[in-house]
Design a protein around this ligand. Structure first.
Ligand code: SF4
Length: 470
């Protein structure tokens, strides 16, 4: 089903009424929060390490063009080909041309959010290629004709029981909801795909400029098989993944894995610096790195450049009270949660994602969890300001804000408004502390929660009485 960020309010309502989704989100996000807290808590200098990681990414951003050129020179010297894609269409065209040049029929893919972002799979499949996702979560998503709903846990919205039923139906697995049994079944299925694929496509978590190395971190080993078994390997990667040095990579790796999956280290950390040399026992004959811009250069030049520090760890999604309740699909875009509420309006235009900057309580949990301390709440506020200044807010909201500003500038109107609100809510609450149903458009508030009745006397009144009594 086609989704749109502008449908967020309705999609969120639907998500809240879905008990299976609620169960899956509760389990998944709490597990993510707890494992990150445990893993970060083991570090004696976690906050200093986060500051150090942020500084490394900031250095990378400050010298982005030079570092990308340095990376290209280093990895090209060892036989890889670097291609530059300005937008999604160009990235897809370049990757398809590589496949056609090598007469590829079957592609295996490692987990890659940027290929979701550019919509690569439908392009390859439309050209007659068979494309198989090999990350277990992405494999399940593909099998179910679904889309990922979290950056590192694509099936966070599914329960184990749903996956069991899917495997029994589509892979003829004997009945079992033991994760080990289900994983073994998927692995046996995927092993044949690795061995018969002509091309592997992965993303990259980091590009190290000084050594010309692309790095992927995985827990399943599928990234290593995808990048080394087929004869052709394509790395599709956003340009913001560059870091200056191996040392910076070492710093960031420690906070990435702890923040993403609560691990000190992921099971596999795979460093790739070119195609196989004649001395290597295995590895691809041809390696391509497609450096994807797709709006990143534009963001780089704006007040939102800080968002390019993002490591795509998903920690801000786990902790966000909105994401925890509505899941990733409600956001109607590839990236959900707080990072998505900033990235999607920046990538698609704020008018095409106008509910998302408001999909936040601004509680600050996202920034507190972020390994590189990105100030997401501040960017959400700035995006709201952009929406207002661009005239993209609902007319009723604009009228309400104008009326509020007027009232706040006039003590007389403020006093009258307060008296009316006190009388109105006391009447509607029928003597209790809360109003359960406000009239008219205000009922949108009480559809979801109660409204506390105003106190019988205002602070000004109480203060005056106190002064007169003293
Ligand atoms: S904004 Fe921070 S917490 Fe969220 S995905 Fe990016 S790095 Fe992780």
């Amino acid at each position: 089903m086609e989704r749109s960020p502008n449908q967020f309010p309705q999609a969120a309502q639907n998500a809240l009424k879905n008990p299976t989704l609620q169960t899956a989100m509760e389990r998944g996000t709490q597990n993510g929060v707890n494992s990150r807290l445990r893993a970060m808590g083991e570090l004696p200098h976690a906050d200093q390490l986060r500051q150090q990681g942020r500084a490394a990414k900031q250095r990378a951003l400050n010298h982005l063009p030079d570092l990308l050129t340095q990376f290209e020179a280093q990895i090209s010297a060892r036989g890889a080909q670097v291609l530059w894609a300005e937008d999604a269409a160009e990235a897809n065209r370049l990757i398809l041309e590589i496949a056609q040049k090598h007469r590829v029929k079957k592609v295996v893919k490692g987990k890659s959010m940027v290929t979701e972002e550019i919509g690569l799979n439908p392009v390859l499949e439309g050209a007659g290629l068979e494309v198989i996702e090999t990350d277990l979560g992405e494999f399940i998503v593909q099998l179910d004709h679904d889309t990922p709903s979290h950056i590192v846990a694509p099936i966070i919205h599914k329960t184990r029981e749903q996956v069991r039923d899917l495997f029994m139906d589509r892979l003829h697995m004997p009945a079992s909801d033991d994760p080990a049994v289900m994983t073994a079944h998927a692995r046996a299925h995927l092993r044949q795909e690795f061995l018969s694929a002509d091309m592997g496509i992965t993303g990259a978590n980091f590009l190290i400029a000084e050594t010309g190395t692309a790095v992927i971190v995985t827990n399943e080993g599928n990234g290593r098989m995808t990048s080394s078994l087929p004869k052709v390997h394509v790395i599709a990667v956003g340009i913001e993944k560059i870091v200056p040095t191996l040392e910076d990579f070492g710093t960031l790796l420690q906070i990435l894995t702890r923040s993403a999956t609560g691990q000190k280290m992921s099971v596999y950390t795979h460093l790739m610096s070119g195609p196989a040399s004649p001395q290597d026992p295995d590895g691809p004959d041809s390696m391509y790195v497609v450096l994807i811009d797709n709006g990143r250069s534009r963001i780089y030049g704006e007040q939102y450049a800080e968002v390019l520090l993002c490591l795509r760890c998903g920690a801000c999604q786990h902790v966000c009270p909105v994401y925890q309740n509505v899941g990733g699909h409600a956001y109607g875009a590839v990236y959900g949660g707080p990072i998505g509420s900033v990235l999607t309006p920046l990538q698609q235009g704020v008018e095409n994602a106008h509910p998302l900057p408001y999909a936040s309580s601004l509680c600050g949990a996202c920034q507190a969890a972020c390994p590189v301390i990105i100030n997401l709440p501040d960017m959400l506020l700035k995006l709201r300001a952009d929406l207002v200044s661009g005239g993209h807010t609902e007319p009723i909201m604009q009228m309400g804000i104008k009326a509020w500003a007027r009232v706040m500038q006039s003590p007389r109107l403020y006093g009258l408004g307060g008296a009316a609100a006190r009388a109105g809510t006391r009447f509607l609450s029928r003597g209790s502390e809360t109003v359960t149903a406000l009239p008219g458009i205000l009922g949108n508030w009480t559809d979801q929660r109660d409204f506390p009745a105003f106190a019988p006397k205002s602070f000004h009144q109480l203060w005056r009485e106190r002064e007169q009594g003293s």
